[in-house]
Design a protein around this ligand. Structure first.
Ligand code: KG4
Ligand code: ZN
Length: 334
């Protein structure tokens, strides 16, 4: 069987297209939007306009690089949700238009499911069941992955996502958006034990990140009163200390779930899985606890169409197609 799928991702502020041929992701073209930097966060209206501008060149580039003609495509896939509605609409409308024009099946993909399925793009691949900690700008979830398309959320954040905690900390420190990667690089040269913050205690496998954000705010206000240049003088230590706490908060739940559910294959996924501190903490815990750990390649951590393509491949094999009347869902559950 020859199966070539074009996948489109447009859930937030990255416009991306990828081609997957018989289960192998051939490329992953991503156009990021710099327009949001000066606003300190993603402006939804500007994001959808930028998607409209980028989507045709990004798709053309993916097809060109893969040497695939439109009439060779077996299906077109797109991110249905969760995400920003205006952004999702651009990818969904484009995919529907192509599916209709080429008379090929349309495949809707859940963005959070795709983050997890990114683990099947390259070796080593986990086997079922495995536990995945999905950490992004909008979500923090512990998921038991029973099969490619059979996943159960066993814990999630009750307020902010961990990526938001990184980004909001960065904003308090005067760093540009998105702050997560900046906190990560500054933390590399800081002392993670310089400052202490309270760790929130949540029931079961749930997470909460709003308390630490407030604690950091009060901590900074207090220190700045004594030393107006406190942030500039201690930026690396602050980043390293905050990062240590955020990582510990997810590691506590990961250890608990792995032990309770007796699962020793552990994966991380989503934008924050690019964080070097988290990657190192997971690798170290894996050695200590005898886990087999799965850490995605950097290009498949943050939003990308490669992961949408991988998910679409499994849905294609299951003949799980969508009707052209399908609409995007900003809050699509896993
Ligand atoms: O998965 P993603 O690209 O988009 C969503 O689906 O939300 O995740 C974006 C989030 C942002 O909050 C960003 O700051 C965070 O991932 N992020 C990081 C790093 N790279 C991206 N956070 C910490 N360290 C990083 N290296
Ligand atoms: Zn994402």
């Amino acid at each position: 069987m020859n199966c070539t799928i074009l996948a489109i991702e447009s859930s937030c502020d990255d416009t991306s297209a990828a081609i997957i041929k018989n289960g192998k992701v051939l490329n992953n073209i991503v156009a990021t939007q710099s327009v949001h930097k000066k606003y300190g966060g993603v402006v939804p209206e500007l994001a959808s306009r930028a998607h409209q501008k980028h989507i045709v060149p990004v798709v053309e580039e993916a097809l060109r690089q893969a040497g695939v003609q439109k009439d060779e495509l077996s299906a077109v896939a797109f991110t249905r949700g969760p995400g920003l509605l205006g952004s999702l609409l651009v990818g969904a409308s484009f995919a529907k238009g192509m599916a209709m024009a080429l008379n090929i099946p349309l495949i809707e993909v859940n963005h959070m499911q795709a983050h997890i399925l990114a683990h099947f793009i390259d070796e080593p691949k986990p086997t079922f069941p495995f536990l995945c900690l999905t950490v992004s700008g909008g979500h923090t979830q512990l998921v038991v992955v029973k099969d490619y398309l059979d996943m159960e959320v066993v814990g999630e954040t009750v307020d902010d996502a961990i990526g938001e905690a990184f980004d909001k900390t960065a904003k308090l420190l005067g760093l540009p958006y998105p702050g997560g990667p900046m906190v990560d690089s500054l933390a590399a040269d800081g002392n993670p034990f310089a400052y202490d913050f309270p760790l929130s205690e949540m029931q079961g496998y749930n997470f909460s990140f709003s308390g630490i954000k407030t604690a950091i705010l009060y901590f900074l206000q207090d220190r700045i009163k004594q030393d107006p240049d406190f942030i500039q003088n201690h930026l690396q230590d602050i980043c390293a200390s905050v990062q240590r706490h955020l990582i510990e908060m997810v590691m506590i739940k990961l250890r608990k779930a792995a032990s309770d559910l007796n699962i020793s294959q552990i994966a991380i996924a989503g934008g924050v899985s690019a964080n070097r501190g988290l990657r190192a903490a997971l690798a170290e815990e894996g050695e200590q606890s005898g886990w087999e750990v799965f850490i995605p390649d950097f290009q498949y951590c943050t939003d990308n169409a490669g992961m949408i393509a991988m998910a679409a491949h499994f849905k294609y094999l299951a003949a799980d197609f969508s009707d052209l009347s399908v609409t995007p869902e900003a809050r699509l559950p896993l």
